[in-house]
Design a protein around this ligand. Structure first.
Ligand code: AHR
Length: 501
């Protein structure tokens, strides 16, 4: 059997865990909001129209910060449409997804949903069709103390206390020609800097995210980050990264190694941000907000008819059904985010419900967990304390896209307060089980309290409406902890997690 050795240097701490790394994203797109989190009339809906079965699944998933309301949607959104008496709210065309927006859910409703799920609201402002004034108005409306016109409007609309939203995205993917109002780096850097400076004048404690590239495959990647940061550096805390992965042309080997691409992406943005830091002689270090990441079969959607000339309310769009292999890749991407947690301090799985989502719903019917639900929920539940990047000695395999890819990847967390730790592992081999010996002598661990794995004889097995529990977590059989060594056998194409006490 193929073997691997992992050693953990207790002093090689990447960062203390910031739970914002387990963020997600709800966009007014397809059935994410309408017929997703919100479905008045559903038997499980509360008086506000929110499905409580979905709320329970979101809590189980363990997401933290939720980015809202887009995405491409935000770039032509008028936030004022979504506040005030519902009967008076306008129906508008959403140009980004070619659908009708009823505005029955807006800031107040979504903030209530965040309270229900225990989430932190992360807000995006429209820098596509709008600008500084609309951003400042939204900030005053959302966060202002009563006594000014817009804050008083919020109070009149039923919310006395300010929402105190901390994280704000300065637009969305403004480098993309598909974005309503997209710009050059110079144009965007200028408007982002001005908007950020104005928002900071209102509240200097805000945490602002400037748009980075919408993918490392963009022709402007790297240069975009440099130009935008040169203009906005002093006013922002984060630069965003967006990345989606999919298996192409049956090349499962490259797909399973998608984390190598994410690592390259992170390294490039960190190097660029630090270059600007030194060029500007700044004391501040910019963090990365990986506020869109996931598996997305974008090629198939682009070839489909799902975005068409009709103007529909909550059409079925981007409803990817995920496989075991997709879940393994997603689990590995989360490992990568944790390995880089010193710089990636916020992240949003894009998205949460129905739209490229770990949670699916049927109108009037069930809600269920996709395969990708499991690695996310277990990682969010078990990861605690300090993040450690282990040393992994293992063979590699050749990939068409990334060259040699290590067969195993891993990250570890240690909670000194409770004396517990967790090990997360991926086996990228399509054919071989791999026996991994992990030196945990530095972790103070004496017992395995949990050992779970996601794998299947069919790496393309999925959970569907008709078969909602086809794929689930399995026990990782045969794991042994003795004399400071944890020995596990990882099945082919698998993601696994072990909790130690
Ligand atoms: O998450 C789906 C879309 O992907 C978002 O609206 C956009 O920001 C990105 O291109």
């Amino acid at each position: 059997m193929t073997t691997a050795r992992i050693s953990i240097d207790r002093s090689s701490v990447v960062a203390t865990l910031n739970r914002r790394i387990f963020g997600s994203f709800v966009e007014h797109l397809g059935r994410s909001v309408y017929d997703g989190i919100y479905e008045p009339g559903h038997p499980a809906a509360n008086d506000d129209g929110f499905r409580l079965d979905v709320v329970e699944l979101v809590k189980e998933l363990g997401t933290t910060t939720i980015r809202y309301p887009g995405g491409n949607f935000v770039s032509s959104y008028r936030w004022e449409d979504g506040v005030g008496p519902r009967a008076a709210r306008p129906v508008r065309r959403d140009l980004a997804w070619h659908s009708l927006e009823t505005n029955q859910v807006g800031l107040h409703e979504f903030a209530r949903w965040c309270e229900l799920t225990g989430s932190e609201l992360m807000m995006a402002v429209n820098l596509g069709t709008r600008g500084i004034e609309a951003a400042l108005d939204l900030l005053e409306y959302a966060n202002g103390e009563a006594g000014t016109a817009l804050a008083d409007q919020r109070v009149a609309n039923g919310r006395a206390e300010p929402y105190d939203i901390r994280m704000w995205c300065l637009g969305n993917e403004m480098d993309g020609p598909w974005q309503i109002g997209y710009m050059t780096a110079e144009e965007y850097g200028t408007i982002a800097a001005r908007t950020a400076a104005a928002m900071k004048t209102a509240d200097r404690t805000l945490e602002l995210v400037v748009c980075g590239s919408s993918g490392s495959n963009m022709p402007t990647f790297g240069d975009w980050e440099r130009v935008v940061l040169e203009k906005s550096y002093d006013h922002v805390e984060y630069i965003s990264c967006h990345a989606y992965y999919q298996e192409r042309k049956g090349d499962l080997g490259s797909y399973l190694a998608s984390s190598l691409e994410m690592t390259y992406f992170i390294d490039t943005v960190v190097a660029t941000a630090d270059h600007v830091k030194h060029k500007l002689r700044s004391q501040k270090t910019i963090q990365l907000s990986f506020d869109e990441w996931n598996i997305w079969y974008l090629d198939e959607h682009q070839a489909s008819e799902e975005v068409n000339d009709e103007w529909r309310i909550a059409p079925r769009q981007l409803e990817d059904v995920y496989s075991v292999a997709d879940a393994v890749v997603l689990g590995n991407l989360l490992i990568t985010l944790l390995q880089n947690h010193d710089r990636v301090t916020s992240a949003s799985l894009a998205q949460l419900v129905n739209v490229i989502a770990p949670i699916m719903t049927e109108p009037g019917g069930d809600s269920w967990r996709q395969t990708t639900f499991f690695p996310f929920s277990v990682t969010s539940r078990l990861a605690r304390g300090e993040v450690l990047k282990p040393r992994i000695d293992v063979g590699s395999y050749d990939t068409a896209l990334y060259g040699a890819a290590p067969l195993v990847d891993s990250v570890v967390t240690v909670d000194t307060e409770t004396g517990t730790s967790a090990v997360f592992l991926v086996n990228r081999s399509q054919t071989e089980s791999i026996e991994v010996s992990i030196d945990v002598s530095g972790l103070d661990a004496s017992v395995i309290t949990e050992a779970v794995s996601l794998h299947d004889a069919d790496p393309y097995a999925k959970n569907t409406l008709a078969d909602q529990n086809r794929v689930g977590l399995l026990q990782l059989e045969g794991s042994v902890l003795a004399d400071g060594t944890l020995t596990v056998t990882l099945p082919p194409v698998s993601w696994s997690a072990l909790a130690l006490g």
